[in-house]
Design a protein around this ligand. Sequence first.
Ligand code: GLY
Ligand code: MN
Ligand code: MN
Length: 467
Amino acid sequence: MKQLLLFFTLFITLSQVHSQQNLPTDYLSKEFHKGRREAFRNLMPNNSVAVVFSYPERVFSKDVNYNYHQNPDLYYLSGYKEPDAVLLLFKEDQGVEKYNEILFVRERNAGKETWTGRRLGAEAAKSKLGFTTVYNGKDFKDFAIDFKKLSTIIYDKIPTDIGNDKSGFDLYGLLESFKTKAGITTENETSINLFTNITNSLREIKTPEEMDLLRKSVKLSCIAHNEVMKAIGPDMSENEADGIHAYIHRHYGAEAEGYAPIVGAGANGCILHYGENNSTKIDNQLLLMDVGSEYHGYSADVTRTIPANGKFSEEQKAIYQLVYEAQEEVFKICKPGTPIQNLNQKSKEVIAAGLIKLGIITDPKDVRIYYPHGCSHFLGLDVHDKGNYMGKLKENMVLTVEPGIYIPANSKCDKKWWNIGVRIEDDLAITKDSYENLSAESPRKWQDIEKLATQKSTFNEMKFPKI
Ligand code: GLY
Ligand code: MN
Ligand code: MN
């Protein structure tokens, strides 16, 4: 009787953890991931294997981990979103079963799933992700793979700062087994370079399915920027502006932000990757918002800089206009064939000339004091996505164009410029002979920003109890 009860309890628990309803229907398809594995395999040398591990989990607080984020390379190649996994891709068919890929995943466990969430498990990884050969992570150690028979083992840098649950088949255990099986004592640079080159060349070109998700991620991020432009006033806090972005992202189904939001007023806007977002009052200052959603893995990366009181001052406008002009000049060369390095060079030239004209610098080399970062990076599953940055622009690349000028207090220029920080960042898809600005829906011209600021936002109507 007791055993029967246990069986039923287990059955009910497992059915409960299975019964996930009303999920998004626009995730990447299993055909997409399979296609990416094929594309990867085509670039592998003969008699090789690629070994791709999940990212480690990270502690947030005692007994609490950060929300888990999969290694984008593993996600790209498999669609698997959980920790403690490893994918093996072989160039040629292996064994009598003639498999050319194996995914090792977390084992299902009713007790653990009650505490930390559902697990896909090996069976569903076959049906939902389209693999034929899937095992539990605990089977990896004794799985018969003779790495020594293979000419090349392709893998990424092996992380060392990871937890060890001593089970032998968490990520730590999987990595130890891999190193033992493959006889790796020190990382092989050739293996890592090969992995990097293959993933760079695949991920820098977006497929139509990826483009759909990126387009959506950028669009909903623009809606969030526009709503803050309407809602903002000098009494708003940085945190509240950040919260409006987050609310709108979630409203449209984005799981998270693609990076820690940068919402900085005045002097804070001069800190490139400011993240405290804790100034309680933006006041009559500029607010620099570098915030983008992550939608089904794909990150937007949009920056708008707006005056909290709805009107740019003369100095703010002069700096803003210069950044805008630099962005416009870079847009003009965004087409297939342009060396990617030229985008940064062009933006630096325009800003240097403009800063000289405004009397802020005298030597063009000093542009780097006020514009210390690059102009562009690829965008995709990573906000700073993989790709060959020494190459040329190609159709279906997606990248940012993000010039900026940051003049902190005590800079060696007239103090009327102090504490002005401006960045304008847009996300471009390179087309056959030009580009499409995916973030065009959010205004960039100072006149359009001032105009939008005169509109009311739903967030202005919201009333909460005083505490
Ligand atoms: N949000 C980080 C960047 O713009 O690169
Ligand atoms: Mn960026
Ligand atoms: Mn950004």
